[in-house]
Design a protein around this ligand. Structure first.
Ligand code: KDG
Length: 315
């Protein structure tokens, strides 16, 4: 495996009408979850990727499994839990530009993930282990699972990639801070957003924020700056990468996951670090142009055309 990821995936219900959701009568049902968004992004770019999770033994669980499998992600380590339901998530379109997210995932099947669900040999087979800060927010056993997975990865020389993905609806600020800092400190590659870095360290400048993460132990840090691109710092280089212009952002949710998929794809293709960050910015931008969390993730042809078109536009 090139990349293994673990975490919760839900059925995403989006009203077909704009406005308060109480007036909505029809919804589209899609599949979304930060970790499988990344997995799908990587699979579309031709990489070998596996997802480990639990689903409810219900129709939504079956829908998710079929969808993720259909995208070419290895689902051999996904189990069905007969005692709990698959999580749901609603994306309310308050106005054309304003989105609110509502979770129905308390006590979901995935929140019962525990270290016993981990397969050490499976993790050891990967080049990268991708984790997000959503999983430890779901329950204590999920948090233990994340730390156990990191331990296994470290023991086997697997590179740990962590996206803090702060979701304040899921836990208290204090618990989020403690846990996200503890995991960030162990990350070989850390992918915070600017808001998350401010949440953890206060209103410091971009470069100071990255230094703070590195002082805590993170090795390579890429701070995502939204439409402005990203600032990255590794053991031996640092720099800014510009964002790719997007004519109209139709749905920003999932852009960070696209960024992670683009970065890992670039690193797996042995691109120089800066080029991998550029690929990350390109895939992140492409995701925002299509409604849905995964629908805008490009295949290789689309990604290359987008990057090349932009490079010509720069000349
Ligand atoms: O990163 C996009 C995710 O936020 C979305 O797909 C749903 O995993 C999700 C979450 O917990 O918010």
């Amino acid at each position: 495996m090139d990349v293994i990821t673990l975490g919760e995936t839900m059925v995403l219900l989006t009203p077909e009408t704009i406005g308060p959701m109480r007036y909505a009568s029809t919804f589209t049902a899609k599949v979304a979850g930060a970790e499988t968004n990344v997995a799908i992004g990587l699979a579309r770019l031709g990489h070998q990727v596996g997802w480990l999770s639990r689903l409810g033994k219900d129709e939504f669980g079956k829908k998710i499994l079929a969808f993720i499998r259909g995208e070419g992600v290895d689902i051999s380590r996904v189990t069905f839990d007969p005692q709990a339901s698959t999580g749901l998530y609603f994306k309310e379109l308050i106005t054309e530009e304003e989105i609110a997210v509502h979770y129905y995932r308390k006590d979901s099947a995935a929140s019962h993930l525990s270290p016993n669900d981990l397969d050490e040999a499976y993790i050891a087979s990967a080049t990268y282990l991708h984790l997000t800060g959503i999983t430890p927010a779901l329950s204590d056993s999920c948090r233990d699972t994340v730390f156990a997975a990191i331990d296994w990865a470290k023991r086997s020389g697997v590179t740990v990639v962590f996206d803090p993905n702060l979701r304040r609806k899921l836990w208290s600020d204090q618990k989020a801070k403690e846990t996200l800092l503890a995991i960030s400190a162990q990350a070989d590659i850390l992918l915070p957003g600017l808001d998350e870095a401010h949440f953890l360290f206060g209103e410091l400048e971009t470069e100071q924020l990255v230094e703070r993460f590195q002082e805590q132990g993170a090795k390579r840090v890429i701070l995502k700056l939204g439409a402005k691109g990203a600032y990255y710092k590794t053991e031996d280089e640092s720099g800014y990468v510009e964002g790719f212009p997007v004519r109209k952002v139709l749905d920003p949710v999932g852009a960070g996951d696209g960024f992670a998929a683009g970065l890992l794809s670039g690193l797996l293709d042995q691109l120089p670090f800066k080029e991998a960050v550029k690929r990350a910015a390109a895939v992140g931008a492409l995701v925002t142009m299509v409604p849905g969390d995964v629908e805008g993730l490009p295949d290789r042809e689309r990604m290359e055309a987008f990057i090349n078109h932009q490079q010509h536009a720069d000349v």
